[in-house]
Design a protein around this ligand. Structure first.
Ligand code: AMP
Length: 216
C-alpha cells in the first residue's frame, strides 16, 4: 500500500504514522523528520532547510522532491510506504505522480486528517518530543507522568522551535495557502479519504486501520 497522510500541522500525522508503520510494516517517510535530522547533523542540506523551517516556510520544492525521490527508490519501499508531510505543494504532488509512474506504481490512498483550528493551536502549543528517542508527547492530551523526561528512555522533553506560537501560526497559514489545495488534487484522483481528527489518536488510528484493512 502506498499511503499519503495529509492534514495541517498538529493534526496528528506523525503520531498516526508511527502507529501505522508498525501495524502494516511499511516505512514511514517524514520529510519533516528528514529535515530535522539534517539540521541536527548540520549537513549542507540541513543548514539550507533550517532557514525556511525557522520561519515556518516550506523548504524549496526541488530540494524536497529530490530527497523523497531518492528515498522512494530504496528497496524497503518496494512493498509500500507511508508518506507524512509530503507532498505539500501542487508541484510536489505532480513530481510524486511522475516518480510513481516511472516505478509502475500508484497512490493507494491519501488520508486527510482534519482537525478544528482551535484544537490544532492547542495541540501544537502542548507538543513536546524526546530529544533522544524522538517520541512525541502532548502535554494537553496525554501528558507523560513526568512532563520533563521521556517515559521510554529518560531523555529530556523539548518543544520544537517551529512549534512556538508565531512560527506555528505561520505554518498554519502556509498549510492553508499551499497545501490545502492538494485535497482537491487527490479528490480528483479518487484516492482522498477524509477522517475526523478531533476524536483523538486512538479513535483516529482505529478508523484509519479499518480503512487500510479494507484496501489490502
Ligand atoms: P513537519 O514536521 O512535517 O511539520 O515539517 C517541519 C518543517 O519542515 C516544515 O514547516 C517545513 O519547513 C519543512 N518541510 C517538511 N516537509 C516539507 C515539504 N514536503 N515541503 C517543504 N518543506 C517541508
Amino acid at each position: 500500500m502506498n499511503i499519503i497522510l495529509m492534514g495541517p500541522p498538529g493534526a496528528g500525522k506523525g503520531t498516526q504514522a508511527s502507529l501505522l508503520k508498525d501495524k502494516y510494516n511499511i516505512p514511514h517517510i517524514s520529510t519533516g523528520d528528514i529535515f530535522r535530522e539534517a539540521v541536527e547533523k548540520s549537513t549542507d542540506m540541513g543548514i539550507e532547510a533550517k532557514k525556511y523551517m525557522d520561519k515556518g516556510q516550506l523548504v524549496p520544492d526541488e530540494v524536497t522532491i529530490g530527497i523523497v525521490s531518492d528515498r522512494l527508490a530504496q528497496g524497503d519501499c518496494a512493498k509500500g510506504f507511508l508518506l507524512d508531510g509530503f507532498p505539500r505543494t501542487t508541484v510536489q504532488a505532480q513530481a510524486l505522480d511522475e516518480v510513481m509512474k516511472k516505478m509502475g506504481k500508484a497512490i493507494s490512498v491519501a488520508v486527510n486528517i482534519s482537525v478544528s483550528s482551535n484544537i490544532l493551536i492547542e495541540r501544537i502549543a502542548g507538543r513536546v518530543s524526546c530529544g533522544k528517542c524522538k517520541t512525541v508527547y502532548n502535554l494537553t492530551l496525554l501528558p507523560p507522568d513526568n512532563t520533563h523526561t521521556c517515559v521510554k528512555c529518560g531523555g529530556e522533553l523539548i518543544q520544537r522551535d517551529d512549534d512556538k506560537a508565531e512560527t506555528a501560526l505561520k505554518r498554519l497559514e502556509v498549510y492553508q495557502a499551499q497545501t490545502s489545495p492538494l485535497l482537491e488534487y487527490y479528490e480528483k484522483q479518487k484516492v482522498l479519504v477524509n477522517i475526523d481528527g478531533d476524536k483523538g489518536s486512538e479513535g483516529v488510528f482505529e478508523i484509519i486501520s479499518k480503512l487500510l484493512d479494507a484496501l489490502q
